[in-house]
Design a protein around this ligand. Sequence first.
Ligand SMILES: Cc1ncc(COP(=O)(O)O)c(C=O)c1O
Length: 359
Amino acid sequence: MKYNLVEMFVNDEIKEAALRVLESKRYIKGPETKSFEKEFAEYVGAKKAVTTSSGTTALWLIYDALGIKDGAEFIAPSHTFIATVTPAMHMGARPVFVDVDEKTYTLDVDEVRKKITPKTKAIVAVHLYGHPADIKPLKEIAEEHGLYLIEDCAQAHGALYEGKKVGTFGDAAAFSFFPSKVMTVAGDGGMVVTNNEEIGEKIQILHDQGRREKYTHEYLGYNFRMSEILAAVGRVQLRHLEEWIRRRNEIAKLYSEMLHDVVKVPEVMPGARHVYYVYTIRAKNRDVFREYLAKNDIATGLYYPIPVHLQPAIKQHISPQPLPITEKIVKEIVSIPMHPQLSDEDVEHIANKIVEFYR
Ligand SMILES: Cc1ncc(COP(=O)(O)O)c(C=O)c1O
């Protein structure tokens, strides 16, 4: 399509970084992953970062390190990508799904309160689409009930809540560098960040076969390491991240100005910086709308048409309770092209087509 949902960024700097590592012949556990961890931790404002093989394995390490397993319950939204919950479920934990706020598409704080039981061990906040969840009240609830607060930042690199980066509010946070994300490593990759040194150290050990030293394995660990080549690419991408977030915000502003009369456009809560991983509107006659845009060479995406609690894989394990807002919005949401390489003319063209459809 002429107007893709996302576009990859490859420049000479990235090619040189990848080639440099290839020629160094050091492919794991070297200086690039170390530097990427240090630079990413500094960017987010966290004490510790650990590179991982994906966002899913980043979450897995957090759940394992915090003991979200073996019958523990954890609160999570259903309006998210399934990997928010599957790693903990593999270890025997049980998700308790909570509805989202219709404006921000993130956890409804009042609903969270209602779903806490004596078995609850953690709250998982997902900063969906790049908009921060209402993390302060969630932190208060977690503190009040002695629960862990975990942040799924897979879609929200650089998002701000009251001026502070997401990923620094909870006990630990997971980022994804899957190729469509706000920044990538040109492959699968992820990062755990935390301000808790004990948790950080445990995750560091777990992600490399449960060992601190070569021949002694303290925990049943994993190989969830990131390659040096990917870390080198990630370091270059990180240097562009702020400029990309600025451009994503300019594009979103232009879309919203042109579209707010015809569709429901994204809302940004006071004190929040949205990073627009995706620009999601609510569309009437969604299927016809998508077909029309496809005919006009404009891609669309659904994040996500089937909520997690209604997925066949999840229903085999738990009987879902209804989530009215989630079940309503998944029928209306649709994401339109959003990436920093779109020009103002591209955005105006796409927005004009949408206006034309609804008028
Ligand atoms: C909200 C959310 N959580 C977790 C993940 C898992 O990340 P990954 O695809 O890097 O394993 C993703 C991304 O796909 C995501 O969007």
